[in-house]
Design a protein around this ligand. Structure first.
Ligand SMILES: [Zn+2]
Length: 91
């Protein structure tokens, strides 16, 4: 799962097919039709969740105490599945 983090407002937004802005409007991103590749714009920093680990953590959600962990990672500046574009429109 890909998300964007905006360094300006610190909002974290899950990408969708139509495109989403952060709260302040300086970061934007969307999935391409294949649901794997994405394009981002503005100040957006792409973040990934390890989907299988998230599913496992959700399945094993404890009733109390420490929560289940899963991996999240900052996607590198050069990545085959994330393309940086100019902001196509403003919020
Ligand atoms: Zn923002």
């Amino acid at each position: 799962m890909k998300l964007i983090l905006c360094p300006m407002c610190e909002d974290v937004v899950k990408l969708n097919l139509s495109g989403r802005f952060c709260d302040c409007g300086q970061s934007w991103g969307r999935y391409m039709d294949d649901g794997i590749n994405a394009e981002i714009a503005g100040d957006a920093i792409p973040i990934g969740f390890a989907n299988s680990e998230l599913r496992t953590a959700l399945t094993n959600r404890p009733r109390s105490g420490m929560g289940c962990t899963f991996s999240a990672f900052v996607i590198p500046e050069i990545c085959d599945t994330v393309r940086v574009i100019r902001l196509p429109f403003s919020k």
